[in-house]
Design a protein around this ligand. Sequence first.
Ligand SMILES: CC(C)(COP(=O)(O)OP(=O)(O)OC[C@H]1O[C@@H](n2cnc3c(N)ncnc32)[C@H](O)[C@@H]1OP(=O)(O)O)[C@@H](O)C(=O)NCCC(=O)NCCS
Length: 440
Amino acid sequence: MPSPPRVAPISPSDTIINVDTGYGSGYRRAVTIDIRRVHEDELPAYVETLTTSFLERPDVDKVAAEVAPLWRNDRVWAAFEEDGRVRGTFRSWATELTVPGGGRLPAAGVAGVTVMPTHRRRGILRRMVGAEHRAIREHGDAVGLLYASEFPIYGRFGYGPATRVATWTLDALVTGFAGRELVGSVDVVKPDDAAREAIKLVFEAWRLRQPGEIRRRDYRWAYDLGRESAFGERWKGFLALHRDASGAVDGYVRYRTEEKWERRQARAIAHVDELHALTHEAYVALWRFLAELDLVATVKAEGRSPAERLPWLLTNFRAASVSDVGDGLWVRLFDVPRALAARRYDHEAEIVLEVVDDEAPGGRVCVELATGLDGASCRVTERSPDLTLGVASLGAAYLGGIRLRDAVLATGADEHRPRALADADRIFRTLDEPWCSTFF
Ligand SMILES: CC(C)(COP(=O)(O)OP(=O)(O)OC[C@H]1O[C@@H](n2cnc3c(N)ncnc32)[C@H](O)[C@@H]1OP(=O)(O)O)[C@@H](O)C(=O)NCCC(=O)NCCS
């Protein structure tokens, strides 16, 4: 095996950033910004800023009315200027993250992060992050989660990209499916209340066993199945359920189709919005159902795991190709000992990690991690560390899919004994790829 590339040392000045949050320098005027929670009557102004910053143009009042009951339990922050105008937005909601081994951690899902184009790069985001991270810690969430619109934004706040997503394209015309007889049945159904309850149950069982997956908000299902929304286009797709031999629903796929003809031949594309299966049989049957749709030449699925088993189901492995592999869910560890103790590891090992985190008292937390095949323990220690690394690198490697030795390359690590990084890399890796199918 080639030796890992040299990793630059980490020092406090590399990771602890002192930011002058005073406004005005280099800008036309100084403004005072107040970061606080949003009242319901301020939601239209909040949505105006949110959508302007995301380059969207919905009916703001309708969106505000729609989200008011949905966001009631969320922490909705805004940056207000003296005149009361909203210049920045930030929100988090309570969810739960499945970690390697099937444990679960309370988590904050961060969303709706924006600052008005006229007010950027003055430290408003940094101040909103500070306020919300304090609230997350008070709330007792062990981890923070988000999807990044742009890669460079969140590493500085301690988040690391911990799962990957990819697009799968299946050329249905050049392959069959290998092997066994299909078990059970596939049924295309109306996306009504009964169907919604059935797929919720499948997802709920599935997310408990998939590291990286999260608990969804209940209201999301109605939108996924076509509820009208002021935010944008209504979903108008198809829903197919898989039932096992006893008739129990154990898988589903939501998909849309794009009509296409070439030289009078049908070449439609089936776009998979979501496919979840509780058994291998259901997984095979649903992919096969898609591939064998009449008129369809290509099945395309975005936001899937790059480790999908799909090619191995085919008589022609090359008919399934993966592209656009990129970062998926980002993880920020708020309670390092709790988070590290919650997951399982594939190796017995002991290591002392010093985690550089500018939000921790003293800028770092030192923990002793002991892993066994039955579980792990992790506690704060005074012992001298084997390895010093940044909290964002640890967040990236936390779910076992990103290699720690890669995650430290950008921000650095200090080895205090030989092979400490290689050992930590081996400890955190898992055989199974973590994946989050839930975008928010
Ligand atoms: C991303 C966004 C919220 C940043 O807000 P902001 O108030 O300009 O951020 P801050 O001034 O607090 O920046 C804090 C630091 O992050 C850096 N930063 C912020 N946004 C960045 C970006 N898009 N790319 C690279 N660096 C960025 C700043 O340069 C600053 O660096 P420093 O600590 O070295 O000084 C804002 O640009 C925005 O609304 N973008 C469009 C919407 C969007 O993509 N939101 C993110 C959704 S996930």
